[in-house]
Design a protein around this ligand. Structure first.
Ligand SMILES: [Fe+2]
Ligand SMILES: [Fe+2]
Length: 238
């Protein structure tokens, strides 16, 4: 564990300059944020996934709603478990509120489009990353924060990838969301930087990024918001 740092630019205790590429910015610059997100991720979303998304828009939105509420639940669970980590409760509380707001917004879009809520099974993505999370503390916290950073960064990158092909009202919505997700990516990385050494963050990121790239670029039978390369079977996606 590294020592606690002075307040960061946003006044959050314990968070100083980061070591993983996340830079606090205000006001948020979309292009700069996207550049940081893309350089952090191990690979770009395959074009084939973007094309598949257009053929599975209902599933995309339903799974997106699931992702938002899961993101809120993850943040709440972290602030319950790690309330004493400097800066964590403040950042996770704000993040959870934003994710629930996103959830409500996706629900409103689904209602407008007359898409009924129905269960959509989880993609392999989050579970695939979580398999690498170490069980003992403080290793577990470091790994959970790095997983969080990757999930948020990928969400942000996917929103950006969808913008050119989405109908205008959805594109406007996703453009707003990608700004939030870029900030969430930074929140997680900044927290990881406060609880682990430079070497540990670099070493764990290498492992998680390798797994993330596999999940994004290998054939995936299901189409979901975080699914991999579209496979043949997904034409029958429910
Ligand atoms: Fe969100
Ligand atoms: Fe988020």
């Amino acid at each position: 564990m590294s020592s606690v740092r002075p307040a960061d630019a946003a006044g959050t205790p314990g968070l100083g300059p980061n070591r993983s590429g996340a830079t606090p910015r205000s006001p948020f610059d979309i292009e700069q944020g996207l550049t940081a997100v893309r350089s952090f991720l191990p690979c770009a979303t395959p074009e084939a996934w973007v094309a598949a998304a257009m053929g599975h828009l209902d599933i995309l939105l339903l799974d997106h709603a699931n992702c938002e509420r899961k993101a809120a639940a993850t943040a709440v669970s972290l602030l319950f478990r790690y309330e004493r980590v400097p800066g964590l409760p403040e950042r996770m509380s704000r993040l959870a509120r934003e994710e629930l707001r996103h959830y409500e917004q996706v629900l409103a879009i689904l209602a407008r489009r007359k898409v009924g809520l129905r269960p959509v099974t989880a993609s392999r993505y989050a579970g695939g990353l979580r398999e690498l999370v170490r069980a003992s503390e403080p290793d577990r916290l470091v790994d959970l924060l790095l997983c969080g950073a990757l999930v948020e960064a990928r969400s942000c990158e996917r929103f950006a990838a969808l913008l050119p092909v989405l109908e205008p009202d959805l594109a406007r919505f996703y453009r707003r969301l990608l700004v939030s997700e870029a900030r969430h990516f930074e929140d997680y990385l900044l927290l990881a930087d406060t609880v682990a050494t430079v070497e540990e963050v670099a070493q764990r990121l290498l492992l998680f990024k390798q797994r993330e790239a596999e999940l994004i670029t290998s054939p995936d039978a299901q189409f979901r918001f975080h699914s991999g390369l579209p496979g043949g079977e997904q034409l029958a996606a429910r």
